[in-house]
Design a protein around this ligand. Structure first.
Ligand SMILES: O=P(O)(O)OC[C@H]1O[C@@H](O)[C@H](O)[C@@H](O)[C@@H]1O
Length: 243
């Protein structure tokens, strides 16, 4: 693997595989808020004495597919619910019902507030394209295409591997590297020519779990050392630092 460095992140790379929420758009915050809303309501409805903490998002949910987030958070509280199915009403007390309840909150906020991408990420995209790199998005979110559209970014990404694609192809979600490897395969490139850019521990672990060119960690709250410990090659607070 090319020695990755913040002073020349592109060296030897042919493509960049971006996570979306928290890397290109500030929508990780919206997910965080929607999860908080879901579990505050759910835990109080079952009379739980241990409430939902902000750290729960980073420890159990961040970067994972929706229903894995529900399952893993509930497991942290010793709660197991029936799985149910994708079409479950948000009022149902199943893994899928709760996930869909959170999704409604997420979509209501996006519909209200819109999505403005991080300016530093927009500049980074432009620089990467001017250097001839191919770009793709690899997101756990089933909402990724809608968020990219709302942010006006969709034209930059010929390949988008989102939660729906992963489900259709039977790919395990992050922290498994499968969705990133699938994106590299779709681009017709070996993994070691593809840079992975991630803000979540589960996503950094996915990138570090295969032979990618490098894994750029973007610290939006997970913590720089935590991302390095998860396998990031290096960590920045904003992608503009690499320009
Ligand atoms: O939008 P969906 O399909 O519910 O996806 C959920 C997840 O999508 C990811 O992109 C976020 O980083 C997660 O933190 C979030 O929980």
């Amino acid at each position: 693997m090319t020695t990755p460095s913040p002073s020349n992140p592109w060296s030897g790379a042919k493509a960049i595989l971006f996570d979306l929420d928290g890397v290109l758009t500030p929508t990780a915050d919206v997910h965080e808020e929607a999860w908080q809303h879901l579990f505050d309501g759910y835990l109080s409805s079952i009379g739980s004495t241990e409430g939902y903490r902000g750290s729960d998002y980073f420890e159990h949910i961040d970067g994972k597919p929706r229903f894995d987030g529900v399952r893993d958070f509930l497991a942290s509280r010793g709660i197991t619910l029936p799985e149910g199915g994708l079409g479950d009403m948000p009022s149902l007390e199943t893994v899928h019902g709760l996930g869909n309840r959170k999704n409604k909150v997420f979509n209501d906020i996006i519909a209200n507030d819109g999505v403005t991408p991080y300016p530093g990420s927009v500049r980074f995209i432009a620089e990467a394209q001017s250097r001839g790199l191919i770009l793709a998005v690899v997101s756990s979110s089933r909402n990724a295409p809608a968020v990219l559209k709302a942010a006006g970014l969709e034209r930059h990404f010929p390949i988008v591997v989102d939660g729906q694609v992963a489900n259709a192809k039977g790919l395990p979600g992050k922290p498994d590297p499968a969705t990133y490897l699938y994106a590299a395969e779709q681009l017709g490139l070996p993994a070691n020519t593809c840079i992975v850019v991630e803000d979540a521990v589960s996503g950094v672990q996915a990138g570090a779990g295969a032979d990618f060119h490098s894994v750029i960690g973007v610290n939006r709250g997970a913590g720089a050392q935590t991302l390095l410990d998860a396998g990031a090659s290096y960590v920045v607070d904003d992608l503009a630092e690499l320009l």
